[in-house]
Write a protein that binds this ligand. Structure first.
Ligand code: ATP
Length: 273
């Protein structure tokens, strides 16, 4: 941990752990406020791609801050051994904790999806692709506002450019990523569509017992709305799902198009209601 960090903050208890980082609560005596601090030990990271992601995360978060639906970064401290990012402190649960408990009404799902799409639209306008949009990376502040976190896999793509490389999490990964093709920011819209499906149905659209089976299901890409599960879901919600979880990237909605969809605009209410 850098001396400069210790001069400004007091490290408190651990609140989360990821592949590379440890997230702790920290106290800033000057402001009397608590923040979250993600600390990454750089020493075991010998792979150049891992190193690059590590360097990118604070840069990308700084580029995106401030946005009401993206975790704000406030300070970065770095030395040869470690990197520490001080961020706004979110609640101790993620969207994952909520979706394993229950399904969401159209209204609740539309409100959360709108916030996620606002964040993605902001990222995509600035050329940032998150590449790991999943419920575990969606946090909440004390007012229940959704906050996109973990830009550890994000990349900056100049306008109109594509990128390669398999990055993402099985249930949420877009088929073009799995096929090893070049891809663009629309991979985030696919993942957001999968999240919307799970919020409404309580089950993922592409299921398998192992990562390999999930990948096969994603590649087959048969989007189904079983009547038993989707009985209570509006046709407008299904229409948006088809446009977000669309295999043809050129036809798949952008985050902005999804934001303009009537289901999002009407807060999950059907037009005739
Ligand atoms: N700003 C924050 N406020 C509160 N909790 C947080 C914050 N950031 C992260 N966490 C907690 O720490 C966990 C891990 O954070 P994060 O996903 O950023 O770490 P990571 O090392 O990048 O993980 P991954 O293995 O997914 O790449 C989150 O799921 C969350 O529970």
């Amino acid at each position: 941990m850098c001396e400069a960090f210790k001069n400004n903050y007091q490290l408190c208890e651990e609140i989360g752990r990821g592949k590379f980082g440890t997230i702790s609560r920290c106290f800033h005596p000057i402001s009397g406020s608590f923040f979250a601090c993600k600390t990454i030990d750089k020493r075991p990271l010998t792979d150049p791609t891992d190193r690059e992601c590590l360097e990118n995360e604070p840069k990308i978060m700084t580029l995106l801050s401030p946005h009401p639906n993206i975790v704000k970064i406030l300070d970065v401290f770095e030395n040869d051994d470690s990197l520490s990012m001080v961020m706004e402190l979110c609640e101790p649960f993620t969207l994952y904790d909520k979706i394993v408990q229950r399904t969401f009404s159209d209204g609740e799902a539309a409100s959360l999806m709108k916030q996620l799409l606002e964040a993605l639209s902001h990222c995509h306008k600035l050329g940032v692709v998150h590449r790991d949009v999943k419920p575990e990376n969606l946090l909440f502040d004390g007012r229940n506002n959704l906050k996109v976190a973990d830009f550890g896999s994000a990349v900056w793509l100049p306008e109109g450019r594509c990128i390669g490389g398999v990055v993402g999490t099985p249930y949420y990964i877009a088929p073009e990523v799995l096929m090893g093709r070049e891809y663009n920011e629309k991979v985030d819209v696919w993942s957001a569509g999968v999240i919307l499906y799970i919020m409404l149905a309580g089950v993922p659209p592409f299921y398998g017992e192992s990562a390999a089976e999930i990948f096969e299901a994603v590649l087959r890409g048969n989007l189904r709305f079983p009547t038993r599960i989707f009985r209570t879901v509006s046709p407008e919600a299904k229409d948006l799902l088809r446009k977000m979880i669309c295999r043809d990237v050129s036809k798949r909605f952008s985050a902005d198009q999804a934001l303009r969809h009537p289901w999002i605009q009407n807060g999950g209410e059907s037009a005739e209601e």
